[in-house]
Design a protein around this ligand. Sequence first.
Ligand SMILES: Nc1nc2c(c(=O)[nH]1)N=C([C@H](O)[C@H](O)COP(=O)(O)OP(=O)(O)OP(=O)(O)O)CN2
Length: 202
Amino acid sequence: MLIRKKFGFESAHIVRNCSSDRCRRSIHGHSYKVEVLLEANAFDNGQMVYDFGLMKGTIRDVIDAFDHAVTFWDSDHEDYIELCKQFSARWISLPVSPSAEQFSRVFFVIIDALLKQTIMQNGEHDVVLHSVIAHETETGYAQCFRADAYNPRMGELKLEDIVFSDQVRAEWMDPDMYERLKRGESFTNPEVTMQVHTREDD
Ligand SMILES: Nc1nc2c(c(=O)[nH]1)N=C([C@H](O)[C@H](O)COP(=O)(O)OP(=O)(O)OP(=O)(O)O)CN2
């Protein structure tokens, strides 16, 4: 069975070398929607694949990192990268260009690692990431499946090559979360989560 949880963030970028002129050489922003699809063949103690509330921990933090941030390709012009860092406290550097396709791959690789390193507490069974959908606009989206995430022909995505600015990390529940993820440390789920409403929950 599949479950799907939707998140949102507002972010700015340029996508170099694409066909759309407005997109390739002008900084512009989108109200992104990201759908995270999880899969399992059995239920937890609450007869769920995975409690939606649990997805509002590290998974939400990683997606929210991109909110009110500028995301750039680390192969972009060095002057542009320098200006992004100088004039935006919140920035993310990616080893790939920030197209909808690459956003969906970036989220897949990070969330996949998070899930693999999460110690479940409520009888969850073999919960795996099925896919990630990144909606760039109301009409355009990309969906990344496992084979896409780890496909070197689409660009190699290593956790250590994705860099979050100091301000982004400072706003996480655990500012050390991404460093812990890269070190392969475990994340233990809370036994109970407290309800915190977000726009997407309404
Ligand atoms: N396959 C992709 N195509 C395009 C991407 C992308 O990430 N993957 N990105 C862009 C630009 O970022 C652009 O801003 C969005 O393009 P588009 O969908 O054409 O945007 P509109 O605002 O014009 O959307 P409409 O709903 O069609 O008005 C370009 N292409």
